[in-house]
Design a binder for this molecule. Structure first.
Ligand SMILES: NC(=O)c1ccc[n+]([C@@H]2O[C@H](COP(=O)([O-])OP(=O)(O)OC[C@H]3O[C@@H](n4cnc5c(N)ncnc54)[C@H](OP(=O)(O)O)[C@@H]3O)[C@@H](O)[C@H]2O)c1
Length: 164
C-alpha cells in the first residue's frame, strides 16, 4: 500500500528555506509513529532537512545526482519509478514523505493520505503542497490538537482513504 504524509498550513505551505516552518513535537510524533517499520520515500531536499537516517524504517532518497552521498543505510533512487521498485522489494507499507514533485507524482497511486492542517499561515513560505482533490476519498479526523506550551499552533490530523 502507498500513502502520502505531510503537514501543511492553512495556505498549503509545507516548507520555508529548506525546513518545516513550525516546531510541533506531537505532530512529529504522529509522523514517526505512523511511518515506523515502513518505507519512507523522500526527495533530496527533504532528506537534507535532517541529513540522517530516520531510524526503524527503510529510507529511500530520490535524486538525479548519480554520485550523491547520503548517510549509511540510506538507499538512493534516481527516479520515482526506481524508488517504488526498491520500496516494493522491501514488502512493507510505503510512505511518500515529500516534497512537492513526489507528492504530485504519487497522489494518483495513493490509497491513503495523512494530512495535518496546521492552523497558521506562512507568508514567506516557499514550498507548497498541491490542493489535492479528495473527492473519492473518505476523511477520518484522527486528532485535534490544541495550542499549548510546546505547540505554538493548533493542528488537526486527518486520514483520507481512497474509496472509489
Ligand atoms: N511539512 C511537511 O510535511 C514537509 C514534508 C516534506 C518536506 N517538507 C519541506 O519541503 C521542502 C523540500 O521539498 P521540495 O519539494 O522543495 O524538495 P524535495 O522534493 O524534497 O527535493 C527535490 C529534489 O528531489 C529530487 N527529486 C524529486 N523528484 C525526483 C524525481 N522524480 N526524479 C529524480 N529526482 C527527484 C531532486 O533532487 P536533485 O536536485 O538532487 O536531483 C529534486 O531537486 C523543505 O523545506 C522541507 O522541510 C515539508
Amino acid at each position: 500500500m502507498l500513502s502520502l504524509i505531510y503537514a501543511r498550513s492553512l495556505d498549503y505551505c509545507i516548507g520555508k528555506a529548506g525546513q518545516v516552518p513550525w516546531h510541533l513535537p506531537d505532530e512529529f510524533a504522529h509522523f514517526k509513529r505512523t511511518t515506523r517499520h515502513h518505507v519512507v520515500i523522500m526527495g533530496r531536499r527533504t532528506y537534507e532537512d535532517h541529513d540522517t537516517l530516520l531510524p526503524d524504517r527503510v529510507n529511500i532518497v530520490v535524486t538525479t545526482a548519480l554520485a550523491y552521498r547520503a548517510a549509511e543505510g540510506v538507499l538512493l533512487a534516481h527516479s520515482f519509478e526506481e524508488a517504488l521498485a526498491l520500496a516494493r522489494g522491501a514488502d512493507r507499507e510505503i510512505f511518500v514523505v515529500g516534497g512537492v514533485r513526489l507528492f504530485e507524482r504519487s497522489f494518483p497511486l495513493a490509497q491513503r493520505v495523512y494530512e495535518t492542517v496546521v492552523h497558521t499561515t506562512v507568508p514567506d513560505g516557499d514550498t507548497f503542497v498541491p490542493r489535492f482533490d479528495f473527492s473519492g476519498f473518505r476523511q477520518e479526523i484522527l486528532e485535534r490538537h490544541p495550542t499549548d506550551s510546546r505547540h505554538a499552533f493548533s493542528f488537526e490530523v486527518s486520514s483520507y482513504e481512497r474509496v472509489e
